[in-house]
Design a protein. Structure first.
Length: 307
């Protein structure tokens, strides 16, 4: 029963997630917004179906988030912002005596509007397309050039001063498209500046801990929270190797150590490092070392003679 409830909860969260593939045919609608100055505020922890952007225009504050994996405090200062995905539990705190101005948007996902959709927009923006492949409950960014502040201000002004309804819809949709593309650009710029090292490190750690098992690329991607296609491209860009090549390298390194230090039969070593059959092990070993496992074992790793 608990598993059923958990499954239903995951499905519900997926239905409102900005990153969900099930929502690619949807578009955006601003449900709530504010621009406020605080000198003390403590919001009750809460969730809602809209994804939310909190932008710190001046001052500082704390934002708390709760997920299945962790509870976290995000210390925020001027120019920083968070994107909070739908159904993510969160709380805003402004400490007494500390002034803070916040621009806020809460945006829901609606069925395709007037030929507009997330799929069509992301199809014309590589940054947004990649951004949507990296789902996180909450993302913290820094608006170094002030572009996001300008877009949020334009959206607020448009919402307050709408006269012609048709013109208002056009302008609002344009501004929302600008918003998502800018969010995509900023996140991917941060990602590139970080060198993607976080995800590569996580993938390498997973492979190191599971090299002796039947590793699937989908399992690694699920573990670190990005799509398998994006992970493969990222790993290749960062290391120059495919995930499969790296797993095989790890397995052969472990096998070499066993061949040098143990008296285990070659077949047992092959299975102990994750290969399903001796033939595949022998082929991969020769490919990476230049000699067969049995010859390597005979010379106890003195394989320089084979180069």
């Amino acid at each position: 029963m608990k598993d059923f409830i958990r499954e239903q909860s995951v499905q519900a969260a997926d239905n409102v997630s900005l990153y969900s593939r099930n929502n690619r045919d949807n578009w955006f609608k601003v449900n709530r917004y504010y621009a406020m100055n605080f000198d003390f505020f403590e919001m009750e922890p809460h969730t809602h179906g809209e994804f939310e952007i909190m932008y710190i225009a001046s001052g500082c504050c704390n934002i708390y988030s709760w997920t299945q994996k962790e509870e976290k405090r995000w210390e925020m200062k001027e120019g920083e912002y968070v994107i909070i995905d739908g159904d993510t539990k969160h709380q805003l705190e402004v400490v007494r005596g500390v002034r803070c101005r916040i621009l806020n948007l809460e945006i829901s996902l609606l069925p395709q509007v007037e030929d507009l959709s997330i799929k069509k927009l992301s199809g014309q923006s590589k940054s947004l397309e990649d951004f949507l492949k990296m789902p996180v409950p909450i993302f913290k960014g820094y608006d170094a050039e002030g572009n996001l502040h300008s877009i949020l201000t334009d959206i607020h002004k448009q919402l307050q001063n709408s006269t012609d309804e048709m013109e208002h819809k056009v302008m609002q949709n344009l501004n929302l498209a600008r918003l998502l593309i800018e969010l995509g650009r900023q996140r991917m710029k941060k990602y590139r500046n970080d060198g993607g090292s976080k995800y590569v490190r996580m993938a390498l750690a997973y492979m190191n801990n599971n090299y002796d098992k039947d590793i699937r690329i989908e399992d690694i991607a699920e573990e670190i929270g990005i799509s398998s296609a994006y992970l493969q491209r990222l790993f290749k860009e960062q290391t120059g190797k495919t995930l499969v090549d790296k797993v095989n390298e790890l397995r052969i390194e472990k096998a070499k150590l066993l061949l040098e230090t143990s008296r285990l039969p070659v077949t047992d070593i092959a299975f102990s490092v994750g290969f399903n059959n001796r033939q595949h092990f022998a082929y991969t070993f020769r490919k990476l070392t230049g000699c067969s496992p049995s010859v390597y074992c005979k010379h106890r790793g003195d394989y320089q003679i084979w180069i």
